[in-house]
Design a protein around this ligand. Sequence first.
Ligand SMILES: C[S@@+](CC[C@H](N)C(=O)[O-])C[C@H]1O[C@@H](n2cnc3c(N)ncnc32)[C@H](O)[C@@H]1O
Length: 339
Amino acid sequence: MATPVAESRSNRAAVQATNDDASASKLSCVKKGYMKDDYIHLFVRRPVRRYFARWAALRKLLYQFLDCEGSNSEKGSTKKQILSLGAGFDTTYFQLQDEGKAPYLYVELDFKEVTSKKASLIESCSQLRDKIGATTSILRENGEVLSDHYRLLPVDLRDIPNLDDVILLANMDPSVQTFIIAECVLIYLDPDSSRSIVGWAEKTFSTAIFFLYEQIHPDDAFGQQMIQIWRVEAVHFWVSMLCQLCKQRQKYFLIRDGRFQKAVAWDMLRVYSKFVDANERRRIERLELFDEFEEWHMMQEHYCVAYGINDVMGLYGKFGFENDEQHVSKTSLPASPSP
Ligand SMILES: C[S@@+](CC[C@H](N)C(=O)[O-])C[C@H]1O[C@@H](n2cnc3c(N)ncnc32)[C@H](O)[C@@H]1O
């Protein structure tokens, strides 16, 4: 239980963090030329670093996945696919294209309202359209983009039976190596849906990595404050479960029904200091004034990266955090925690 002093300090830190968001919004207005402010960029610092840590962690894990060869493939020719759940306006596919790293198939799912807007933006922007190929069909009203290697489709992720149809429509092959991204998405769903989606992914893709980036520790003072501020009404049992698992360095995150062969969860403080490349860290730290260690620590402790692995072909022995030592086999799984 937090002491009143600690509690008020962490409450203050969470409230103060909103100032970063406000400054970041102002800066984006300035960058777009909506308003003039020659000083605001001097004050927008911490969110950069926070976002960088998240980006760098996902990117490093993605590269590990993309660079891992298949068991019987020619070097560099292994078919891989990425499935992004609740992709929003994420641009990873376009970045990977630029880097020559795009997988055979990249599929993004979101609500139709979001995919329609994204489809429309892709259609109207040649910089994006050129990246997805000439033979692309873009149906704005349906919220669909269908090309050979990139597919954007509308779905309500809670409609689990429909997910099978959607991945069929997306041309995904469940036996192909698959990286599933759930970045700041499951927290918006009810507990049963979150559990069903993870269960569905785990059952559907036999050689897969399920990556998750999410808020944790919703129960302490700082977490509560963040939740109130962001009006996240649905904070679920498994978010608090994750929080406990991160805290205890336990090994069975998200394996509620014991089917992922391996699962690991680290909080972002650990991810940043032990997984993000030291050179990258130094580079970003040089760019940024950094004097608020307490708030940075608190914030980073309230997010985690976790992944579950299905590895029937034994391809992912070297995948993941170095020295993650958090290996759980089906047989050694403890009983699932109750909601
Ligand atoms: C916070 S955004 C994250 C977007 C993206 N993953 C990222 O990290 O940039 C959450 C996304 O999840 C989507 N989402 C939430 N619930 C969903 C559901 N039931 N079905 C489909 N998409 C959903 C939202 O529409 C939104 O685009």
